[in-house]
Ligand binder design. Structure first.
Ligand code: IMP
Ligand code: MG
Length: 189
């Protein structure tokens, strides 16, 4: 059977308005990989740790883009969870699934899909430091600076976005819409 490529129009769904299209995502991820590769030049054994689940598409693309810069991808994951509801996290974070790689003495690139209040990334960074990471570099695809509650500035940001709830490119709302190839805003009901 011949392979067909769905048109972007077909992948648009009711209740979600496109914010960042797939070409802009691909271009920015390639640029980020270039910046991260420069920062890691000459550093042995860099480990990329992603926060599941939302990071999985961004991380897959970034790791492959990094390999084009000759950076060998060693990857690990951890899952952190916020108490509260999906759209209104409480700020109290717990570790749902612990770190699956040994980071002691290593430089770690900690990656997440979205930096919102900052609680998740700050918590994960602390866990990596407690596990003995020599240096933690942070990289997020999306940043909502207006929502910050914890003073954390990421080293690498894909796009700054306003205070809105987004889905797609791995990011979900109640488990839905991770498969969208673009990032879209969930319209208020
Ligand atoms: P923080 O701890 O408030 O910074 O939240 C970061 C996490 O909340 C991200 O890793 C996402 O899983 C989730 N999150 C924050 N904003 C959104 C959004 O707009 N859509 C979907 N998930 C979000
Ligand atoms: Mg998350």
């Amino acid at each position: 059977m011949a392979a067909t490529r769905p048109s972007p129009e077909k992948s648009e769904i009711p209740g979600v308005s496109p914010l960042i299209d797939e070409h802009a995502l691909a271009k920015r991820v390639t640029e980020m990989a270039g910046d991260i590769a420069v920062q890691c030049e000459g550093v042995e054994g860099v480990i990329r740790v992603g926060l599941l689940k939302g990071v999985f598409v961004f991380m897959a693309d970034l790791v492959r883009a990094l390999s084009r810069h000759g950076v060998q991808p060693t990857v690990g994951f951890m899952t952190v969870e916020s108490y509260g509801s999906e759209k209104a996290p409480s700020g109290a974070i717990h570790l749902k699934r612990g770190l699956d790689v040994d980071v002691s003495g290593r430089t770690v690139i900690l990656m997440d899909d979205i930096l919102d209040t900052g609680h998740s990334l700050a918590f994960a960074r602390r866990k990596l430091e407690e596990a003995g990471a020599a240096r933690v570099i942070t990289a997020v695809l999306l940043d909502k600076p207006s929502r910050r509650e914890v003073p954390i500035e990421p080293d690498h940001v894909g796009f700054e976005i306003p205070d809105c709830f987004v889905v797609g490119y791995g990011i979900d709302y109640a488990g839905q819409h991770r498969e969208l190839p673009y990032v879209g805003v969930v319209e208020e009901e």
